[in-house]
Design a protein around this ligand. Structure first.
Ligand code: HEM
Length: 395
């Protein structure tokens, strides 16, 4: 050690460490810096200043600068993942602002919503933005899910993008479900009662219902659970999954539909940064304009405060993105029908999530019309059932 110190003082490379008596390894005092930029730059340039401190990420930035996106007649569909991301960011910001005034208790939740809507400066706007952006985010996720499906973007090596996307999809629906109860109004209360009742028909379902509700019935305990899921657990899980999803997008780049390269249908490539991102930004600005327009022109009502003792109003239904499953449960209202419906929906979802591992033809870059037909059947089923609910109940 002393020898190393002397060498370091004399500006020499440290001598190879010798095991001290007793065989204990003592590390050299001085080490060569692994930062190639150390002390190479003046602090006059802010970019260089940061480069010296974050030199480890420079190769990643270089890699991203080289990233390119293929241009072809279906390139338009590449913007929907980014739009879902944009609406998610709006959700985070508007949600944090709402949290400044929202009180998650049975006694105060409704009153705090009325206060935000009527008393807080621009509170009404933030509330409407949060509600509309939630709907638009889920809509964009649906479009993104089906567009990546029909372009077979899930094929090798993007299987994990699809799987992480599938988890993101479930988390997004979870956000919608848990957020619905928070205003503690009549519709939300009874819709949550119906929604949390669903697992009851399954073996061991009572336990799940109890876990969701924090008891037998929908009460303030349920509100506490939905609130903690909505603002802590789901955002945490979504951020983790989103980080994995976006990292995989960067590693594997954007896919091209099967056969497009071979048939000369790819008209070239554009730089992700800045060209594609600039176009993304135009989409985000249009999306922001749309949210403000919808919030201004079609503000959602708060409704009446939930009264657990009053009878459920007529026409209780969940949010539009659950309509297809809601109708399936109604269609299957024969003995054990609801149980069969839940099995069907779960099996359908698991099959959908595993598609990259089942569609071997697509992974060999061959067309797989059977999977295209399966996708069309899923889409048609969703749209027809959603429309049927709309036709009976309206919005
Ligand atoms: C919060 C929800 C989600 C966000 C924010 C998100 C974000 C993104 C972004 C920004 C991209 C790159 C641009 C693009 O191709 O659109 C992407 C790609 C992709 N996403 Fe998502 N995504 C989400 C959910 C999903 C879902 C539900 C699926 C399907 C189950 C999915 C599957 C994919 C696939 C396969 C790609 C690669 C596309 C390609 O290479 O052509 N994502 N996602």
């Amino acid at each position: 050690m002393a020898e190393n110190n002397e060498n370091a003082l004399a500006g020499k490379a440290p001598a190879k460490p010798k095991p001290a008596s007793g065989g204990v390894y003592k590390p050299p005092v001085e080490r060569q810096s692994s930062n190639p930029l150390k002390a190479c730059c003046t602090t006059a340039d802010i970019g260089e200043w940061f480069a010296e401190r974050f030199y480890v990420v420079l190769p990643i930035i270089d890699y991203l600068k080289k990233k390119e996106v293929p241009k072809h007649r279906l390139s338009f569909w590449y913007y929907f993942g980014g739009l879902a991301l944009f609406f998610f960011m709006i959700q985070v910001v508007s949600g944090l602002l709402l949290l400044q005034y929202y009180k998650p208790t049975e006694a105060d939740a409704y009153a705090s919503f009325v206060f935000i809507q009527k008393e807080v400066s621009f509170g009404w706007l933030i509330r409407q933005v949060h509600a509309w952006s939630a709907n638009l985010m889920i809509m964009m996720v649906f479009v993104h899910l089906f567009s990546t499906f029909f372009m077979k973007s899930y094929r090798k090596p993007r299987e994990l993008m699809w799987l992480s996307g599938s988890v993101l999809f479930v988390l997004c629906l979870g956000f919608g479900f848990t957020g619905y109860l928070l205003p503690w109004n009549e519709i939300a209360y009874f819709a949550t009662q119906v929604g949390t009742e669903v697992p009851k028909v399954m073996p061991g379902g009572d336990l799940v219902v109890n876990l969701l509700r924090g008891g037998e019935a929908v009460t303030g305990e349920t509100l506490t659970r939905m609130f903690s899921l909505h603002v802590v657990m789901l955002p945490g899980l979504l951020l983790l999954m989103l980080a994995a999803h976006l990292m995989l997008v960067q590693i594997h780049g954007t896919s091209t539909p099967i056969g497009y390269k071979e048939r000369g249908l790819v008209k070239g490539y554009e730089k992700f940064f800045p060209t594609f991102m600039a176009k993304d930004a135009i989409g985000w600005m249009l999306g922001f304009g749309l949210i403000i327009y919808l919030s201004w022109v079609y503000p959602g009502e708060i409704g009446l405060k939930a009264d657990p003792l009053s009878p459920a109003p007529m026409g209780i239904k969940p949010e539009w993105y659950f309509w297809a499953q809601f109708l399936l449960l109604k269609d299957f209202s024969f003995p054990n029908g609801e149980f069969i419906a839940i099995i069907l929906v779960t099996a359908g979802a698991v099959f959908w999530a595993l598609i990259p591992f089942l569609d071997h033809r697509a992974s060999r870059e061959e067309k797989s019309p059977i999977f295209t037909i399966i996708g069309l059947l899923y889409l048609a089923g969703l749209l027809i059932n959603t429309y049927r609910v709309f036709a009976v109940y309206g919005f």
